[in-house]
Design a protein around this ligand. Structure first.
Ligand SMILES: Nc1ncnc2c1ncn2[C@@H]1O[C@H](COP(=O)(O)OP(=O)(O)OP(=O)(O)O)[C@@H](O)[C@H]1O
Length: 806
């Protein structure tokens, strides 16, 4: 199934004129629905370009018509376990937000509120039809990608960290770590939450749109259907992309330009992904922007609908052509229309327990991908045959292992009760596919079941679905594998290997020495046997370690990553003590990781040295400063202002040539440990915005240039300890949190000032007082640094930032 791409041409707005209209909807034949967009060539008005789409909606299309035609039919599929992704794409001011969100009036409501309304209605109907046997829960998460950083829209802006939330890959999907989720009871509940969260979204007036979205907004609606032990989860994602902008037309100011660059970059990456997929390239540049990582076009299963929004005006001519080009290529993207698997809270059978064990203990209905599940039409021949037998069966792009031979399992019964025939009608988009016939299914306990099934990555069962402990003997045993069982399996394998090697070696030796006795196998020479044994043991140990690691990996990794994330956030706050604690907590999850150990050592040394050197420090904090802050502030005498991650703002890279710094690799500010690269976001997601994207090169450059200021910074500030009038004045300005005053400091732009205020608010929210009490403390805040503090400090003496007298 391809991505469905539809185009919507918006009507003229107040000051727009008919004479400027150049885009129109057309059909291939008179009387047929519109499927073409026509637009003249920019070089020759007489020549017209045509772009074909799955559907085209002209200026007269209402919100309701669009929803009914494009979205309503997929709600059924959503409840059948398919994920549904809807996204609006187009130039700024073409109606994306109008299409997705719409207005407040009933008729003006966009796709999102209508989708929710339908989801709640269907959920209620299911509960009613099953007499409450099936419950439907709806939960929302809502976030934005602003300047390539992810922020939770369900949380107030004060709670944002400058670097936003990191991404990780889980079960083949990109997830946002630390994103909140809110249960939603009904439409009213949703509307309250949605309106509230939209206030947190970054929008601003630009020349092209009075309420331009400056971020990509992603709403995820998780639908969970529970019937007894069986849980089916599916997600509808509605994405309102920010619009591309031609900055020659927007007359954007500095801040808008930065946003615009981030928006344009991510949309450019999206168009590159679309091109690469439609060309069949192996490498798709998803990872080059967070938006494309999250959208995962062509990688996600389920149904994807792209709504291309167009303005009909000449002033958009080139932009319109460009977005028509990109989106018409998107039609070629194939999406696997695969339902999410049903998960059982409790294992329905014991026969397949071993399979469950090897797959990480998750009690799931095992699925076997079709040879070409990617293209669901490959099942057409089977589909045609099956259609005649079972016309009401839903479509699947995989076959299900059944346990027909085994005692009647709960699985089949529950599946039937959750999706009664009346509700398993094939979704429109699905109508060409049919379920494979039962003849293709194999019982899960057949002899070859284990060997012939494709390997699946072990996935941790969702916590809420973890099987409750079973006290009764008669209940199926929990799916787990003990260390003894692993040991026994490995022992057995090793014994077999040893025996066969010994036999082969003995046969070889005998054959070489005495051909006539070749038939009588004797033991290999003791030395050779010993060497073999050692070798096998060595491999055995490695295997054991790997099994042990694999088993624990998924479960523990997220816990470990959580600690790493907390450590990073603590560091961003400048709270080294908390960072150290979190790193130490993470250590058991990444045992022996050199990088992590290095970080811990450095932090310990830093905090220890700070404590030891506190008495002689020129920048002692005031006695009233909180303990954690004192720890942060008492730094080693080295005028090094890096944040132990190598993120350097100030003068520390005199230390770059010191023995200590040799141990610090250039990319040492990744919280990436063996096997977890895909899980923790890149470096840049942890960067403070004011630093921009820090490449190793630029970091080196900065280190170099900062070296030259090394002496000066320390000397100057030493002459002016924190309690000097000038320092007090600087601190008073900072602590005022007054953006205007802070911006008046030398070296502070709007962004730096805003970041500083955000950070102080964060400290306050976290009960750390939110006051900066010394220059040393100030230097340690994210985005600050010796150089910044020095400039601001010097600037004060020459009259800058003079709004506050002390
Ligand atoms: N189908 C429509 N009917 C009526 N008004 C529309 C329609 N589409 C867009 N508009 C109006 O056009 C203006 C721009 O629309 P909107 O803000 O949705 O654009 P956008 O593509 O989301 O822009 P940006 O990318 O800058 O956020 C708004 O005033 C909106 O109300």
């Amino acid at each position: 199934m391809s991505v469905r791409v539809v185009a919507r041409i918006r009507p003229l707005l107040e000051k727009e004129h008919d004479k400027d209209v150049i885009v129109r909807a057309d059909s291939v034949e008179d009387g047929k629905p519109f499927t073409m967009v026509k637009i003249p060539s920019p070089k020759n008005e007489a020549e017209e370009f045509s772009f074909a789409f799955n559907s085209v909606y002209d200026q007269s299309t209402t919100q309701e018509q669009l929803f009914t035609a494009e979205v309503a039919s997929h709600i059924k599929a959503l409840f059948q376990g398919l994920d549904v992704t809807l996204f609006a794409y187009g130039v700024t001011g073409t109606g994306k937000t109008h299409t997705m969100r719409g207005g407040l009036k009933l008729a003006e409501r966009g796709v999102i509120p209508r989708l929710l309304s339908n989801v709640f209605r269907r959920g209620k109907k299911i509960a009613k039809d099953t007499n409450g046997e099936t419950t439907v829960d709806v939960a929302l998460s809502y976030y934005e990608i602003y300047n390539d950083k992810v922020f939770d829209l369900l949380e107030p802006p004060e709670k944002r960290t400058p670097s936003g939330l990191p991404l990780r890959e889980k079960d083949g999907k990109t997830v946002v770590v630390g994103l909140s989720e809110r249960a939603c009871e009904d439409l009213k509940d949703f509307e309250r939450l949605y309106i509230e969260s939209n206030m947190n979204r970054v929008t601003a007036a630009t020349k092209l749109n009075a309420h331009s979205s400056r971020s990509h907004a992603i709403l995820r609606v998780k639908v969970t259907q529970t019937t007894g032990d069986m849980v089916r989860e599916s997600t509808a994602s509605a994405i309102d992309l920010a619009g591309s902008e031609d900055n020659r037309r927007t007359e954007n100011g500095k801040e808008r330009l930065v946003e615009s660059a981030a928006i344009n970059k991510s949309l450019f990456v999206l168009s590159q992904c679309i091109d690469a997929i439609s060309r069949g390239d192996k490498r798709i540049p998803y990872r080059e922007s967070k938006m494309t990582r999250i959208l995962s076009l062509g990688q996600n299963n389920g149904i994807t609908i792209m709504i291309l929004n167009l303005a009909p005006l000449r002033s958009y001519h080139l932009d319109t052509l460009s977005s028509l080009n990109v989106s018409s290529r998107a039609k070629r993207i194939e999406v696997r229309e695969i339902e999410n698997e049903v998960v059982y809270k409790q294992g329905p059978r014991t026969a397949s327990a071993n399979l469950g064990l090897l797959q990480g203990g998750a009690a799931r209905q095992p699925l076997r991908a079709l040879a070409n599940a990617h293209n669901v039409h490959t099942g057409a021949a089977i589909a045609a045959k099956t259609a005649a037998d079972k016309p009401d069966k839903p479509v699947k792009a995989f076959s299900v292992y059944t346990d027909k031979a085994a005692a009647k399992p709960a699985a089949a019964v529950v599946a039937a009760s959750v999706l009664p025939p009346s509700r398993t009608a094939i979704p429109t988009a699905n109508s060409s596919q049919l379920r494979r016939s039962n003849s293709t299914k194999r019982p899960s306990d057949s002899a070859d079941a284990l060997s012939s099934r494709p390997t699946k990555l072990a996935r941790p069962t969702h916590q809420s679905l973890v099987r409750p402990s079973q006290p009764q003997q008669t209940q199926p045993q929990p799916l787990s594998i003990s260390a003894e069982q692993i040991e026994a399996m490995v022992e057995k394998k090793v014994a077999e290997i040893l025996a066969s090697r010994a036999a082969a070696a003995a046969a070889e030796a005998v054959a070489a020495a005495e051909p006539e006795t070749a038939g009588a196998l004797s033991a290999p020479p003791p030395q050779q046997s010993k060497a073999m044994e050692d070798e096998v043991r060595r491999r055995l140990e490695a295997l054991e370690r790997r099994i042990d690691h694999d088993e624990r990996h998924d479960d523990t990794r997220s816990e470990g990553l959580r600690h790493l994330l907390q450590a990073r956030q603590a560091k961003e706050r400048g709270d080294d003590a908390a960072a150290l604690r979190s790193y130490e907590l993470a250590l058991p999850f990444f045992p022996g990781q050199a990088k992590l150990l290095g970080k811990i050592d450095r932090l310990r040394a830093k905090l220890g040295a700070a404590a030891a050197g506190a008495a002689g420090d020129d920048f002692q904090v005031a006695a009233a400063a909180p303990r954690a802050e004192r720890k942060r502030t008492r730094r080693p005498k080295t005028p090094c202002n890096d944040d132990e991650d190598g993120n350097v703002e100030g003068d520390c890279y005199a230390a770059a040539s010191s023995p200590n710094s040799k141990h610090r690799p250039a990319d040492d500010n990744d919280d990436v440990y063996d096997g977890t690269e895909a899980d923790v976001d890149d470096d840049e997601s942890f960067h403070h915005p004011s630093r921009g994207t820090t490449t190793t090169k630029s970091r080196k450059h900065r280190r170099k240039s900062n070296n030259t200021n090394n002496h000066k910074t320390k000397k100057d500030i030493e002459e002016d300890p924190s309690n000097s009038p000038r320092a007090a004045r600087l601190l008073a300005i900072v602590n005022s949190r007054d953006l205007r005053l802070i911006r008046s400091l030398h070296g502070f732009g709007a962004k730096k000032a805003q970041d500083l205020v955000d950070h102080l608010n964060l400290l306050k929210a976290e009960d750390e007082g939110g006051e900066v009490r010394s220059l040393a403390h100030l230097r340690m805040l994210p985005g600050m640094g010796s150089r910044t503090v020095e400039r601001a400090y010097e600037g004060l003496s020459s009259g800058g930032g003079g709004g506050i007298g002390v």
